[in-house]
Design a protein around this ligand. Structure first.
Ligand code: ADP
Ligand code: 5GP
Length: 263
C-alpha cells in the first residue's frame, strides 16, 4: 500500500480502542481496518462499525477463500483482517491502522516489515483490572446481564503474556494519563509521515519529533521499568507468577463502584 500501515496491540482493557478513537478525531487521512470476528457484539457495538460480526462457519469459509491478510484465535473467538481493508486504504491514498493482537501483529510484520508497530501498556495490573472490569460492567448493564467473571479472568490471564511481546514493537505507549497517551500516538503518526513521506508537521514540529522519538522502544527502557516490574516481567528471567488483585467488593456485587485509576 502507498500509505503507512500502523499496527496497534495491547492487552485487553489497556485503552487501545479509546486511543485510536481519539487519534482519529485529531488526525485525518488514517483509516481504521474493521476486523471480522466470531465473538458476539458487546454493549453498543454495531455490525460494520467496530467489527463485522459473523459465524465460525462463515469465518472458516472466508479463511479457505483467502479473504484474510491475517487471522488468529483470541479468547476463544476468531478475529481477522480482510485484505480488502489494505486495498481500500491504498485506493483512497490513506494510512491504515490495524488494531490486532500480538499473534496477528507478528504475521503482518512478517509479510509487511515496513509496518509501524505500536504496543500500548497499562501502567500496572491493578489499573488494567479496573479498566477492564468497568468496561465489562458498562457493557453488561447495557445488555441487562451480569459481568462475565470468567471472561474477565481469561482476558487478564493473557495480559502478561501479551506484554512479554513488547520488544517486537517499534513504539511503546504507557496509557496512564489519556491526554498524554493520545498526544504521543498522534506524534508517532506525524513523525512517521514526516520521515517516510516528507510530510510537513504543521506546528511544534521539533517537539512532536521529540515526543515520538521518546516513545521508540529502544528509548523506552527507563520509562518501562516500573511497568514491567509491576507485571513482574524482568529481563531475561521471563515471566513470574502474577496475581491480579481481586477486589472483594467487586466479587460481591457487579454494581459496586470500582476504584478510580488514580489509587
Ligand atoms: P481496549 O481497546 O484496549 O480493550 P478500551 O479502549 O475499551 O480498551 O478501554 C478500556 C476502558 O478503560 C474503557 O472504559 C476506557 O474508557 C478506559 N480508559 C482508556 N484509557 C484510559 C485512561 N488513560 N485513563 C482512564 N481510563 C481509560
Ligand atoms: P476485543 O474482543 O476486546 O474487541 O478484542 C480482543 C483482541 O482481539 C484484541 O487484542 C484485539 O486487538 C484483537 N483483534 C481485533 N481484531 C483483530 C484482527 O483482525 N486480527 C487479530 N489477530 N486480532 C484482532
Amino acid at each position: 500500500m502507498a500509505g503507512i500501515l500502523f499496527i496497534i496491540s495491547a492487552p485487553s482493557g489497556s485503552g487501545k480502542s479509546t486511543l485510536v478513537r481519539e487519534l482519529r478525531k485529531q488526525v485525518v487521512g488514517i483509516d481504521f481496518s474493521v476486523s471480522w470476528t466470531t465473538r458476539p457484539p458487546r454493549g453498543s457495538e454495531q455490525n460494520g462499525l467496530e467489527y463485522t460480526f459473523t459465524t465460525r462457519e462463515e469465518f472458516e469459509r472466508m479463511i479457505a477463500a483467502g479473504v484474510f491478510l491475517e487471522h488468529a484465535e483470541v479468547f476463544g473467538h476468531y478475529y481477522g483482517t480482510a485484505r480488502k481493508s489494505l486495498e481500500e486504504a491504498r485506493l483512497a491514498g490513506h494510512d491504515l491502522m490495524l488494531d490486532i493482537d500480538v499473534q496477528g501483529a507478528a504475521k503482518v510484520r512478517a509479510k509487511m516489515p515496513e509496518a509501524v508497530s505500536i504496543f500500548v501498556m497499562p501502567p500496572n495490573p491493578r489499573v488494567l483490572r479496573h479498566r477492564l472490569f468497568n468496561r465489562m460492567r458498562a457493557d453488561a448493564m447495557q445488555s441487562g446481564v451480569k459481568v462475565d467473571k470468567e471472561e474477565l479472568r481469561r482476558r487478564l490471564g493473557e495480559a502478561t503474556k501479551e506484554i512479554e511481546n513488547y520488544r517486537e514493537y517499534g513504539y511503546i505507549l504507557v496509557n496512564d494519563m489519556l491526554d498524554r497517551a493520545v498526544a504521543q500516538l498522534e506524534a508517532i503518526v506525524l513523525a512517521e509521515r514526516y520521515y517516510r513521506n516528507g510530510e510537513a508537521i504543521a506546528y511544534n514540529s521539533r517537539r512532536v519529533l521529540e515526543v515520538a522519538a521518546a516513545c521508540l522502544q529502544r528509548n523506552s527502557q527507563e520509562r518501562l521499568k516500573p511497568v514491567l516490574e509491576a507485571f513482574r516481567i524482568m529481563g531475561s528471567t521471563g515471566q513470574q507468577q502474577l496475581n491480579f488483585e481481586e477486589d472483594s467488593d467487586e466479587e460481591d456485587s457487579d454494581s459496586d463502584e470500582e476504584n478510580s485509576d488514580d489509587d
